[in-house]
Write a protein that binds this ligand. Structure first.
Ligand code: FES
Length: 303
């Protein structure tokens, strides 16, 4: 993410907020990647999705400070860290805190996404975040959008279903109320609500938005299909059932716009990181993708 969080392309390195934990520490605690965890210290607490990474040492966890109240239901990781600043310069001290991490249990889960002016969508949705047990927004670039359109993605959870007026406000913010181009599937007994908004171009259908509410997290395959931006094959109603996954090909090196599939192909052909740099140019500008290149090279080579 950039300092201002206003450029969807720059979310490619770290598209979602998260707490990084070493896989061994997570296994010892029975935690899995993607689960929501409560991070608490003597100063405060917040909820974040868990990410597993061997880039953090065992016994420590990490969360980027850039994910703030602009994007989260909480104020971000500063909720649990120290407020100390240098008395003269007011420069904050290096942020650290002793924290406890536990699984956060919620029985209501929401996934929503909308294509369009992502910054305007973010401004409309942001006031609703604080009402949820957890809510996180991210911007995702649309590689096919000539008009500069992008995606706003919202993940939220709560201990009990959010009230009807909150849902109506979300529908209004994302223009996701049911209608001729927004199909709906409801199962009130199971607490299920799914909506898919469609856009047609030259009689071809594209997913333009989605809302997925369930007692468990769900809707990820449909989200991946939507973010991939390809044409929808088959009837619109099929979006509510099992969705054929369209693999997303994330951009790993933002500076050189090099995708994960291109890097994997080179590594399979024998390239290591120096050769990747030489052949694809990735990792040769700001260098912030080099840890990811190293991880991919190691992962593909050992597969
Ligand atoms: S992201 Fe800057 S060099 Fe790859």
């Amino acid at each position: 993410m950039s300092r201002t969080g206003r450029v969807p392309e720059l979310f490619a390195h770290s598209p979602e907020p998260g707490l990084l934990m070493h896989p061994d520490d997570a296994a010892r605690r029975g935690l899995k990647a993607g689960e929501l965890v409560r991070v608490s210290s003597k100063r405060g607490e917040l909820v974040l999705p868990l990410e597993l990474s061997d880039e953090v040492g065992s016994g420590t966890v990490f969360a980027a400070m850039h994910w703030s109240g602009q994007y989260l239901s909480s104020g971000g990781i500063n909720e649990v860290s120290q407020p100390a600043v240098d008395a003269r310069s007011r420069q904050p001290e290096l942020k650290h805190a002793a924290v406890r991490v536990e699984k956060a249990e919620f029985s209501w889960h929401l996934l929503a996404a909308r294509h369009g002016d992502a910054l305007a969508l973010r401004a409309a949705v942001q006031p609703l975040l604080k009402d949820c047990g957890y809510a996180g927004l991210s911007l995702q670039a649309d590689p096919h959008a000539g008009d500069g359109g992008a995606w706003l993605v919202l993940r939220a959870a709560a201990a009990t279903p959010m009230p009807a007026d909150w849902l109506a406000a979300l529908d209004a913010a994302l223009s996701l109320a049911a209608g001729p181009d927004t199909l709906e599937y409801r199962d009130a007994r199971r607490g299920l609500l799914k909506r898919v908004a469609w856009r047609s171009e030259e009689s071809t259908n594209f997913v333009d938005g989605l809302l997925w509410i369930d007692t468990q997290p769900g809707g990820e395959p449909l989200l991946r299909t939507a973010l991939a931006g390809g044409a929808w094959r088959g009837p619109r109603l099929a979006a509510f059932s099992a969705v054929a996954e369209v693999a997303r090909d994330p951009v790993v090196c933002v500076c050189r716009q090099v995708t994960e599939s291109a890097i994997r192909a080179e590594v399979r052909a024998g390239a290591d990181v120096p050769v990747l740099k030489q052949r694809l140019g990735c990792g040769t500008v700001c260098g912030s993708c080099v840890p990811q290149l190293t991880r991919l090279a190691r992962e593909v080579a050992s597969a």
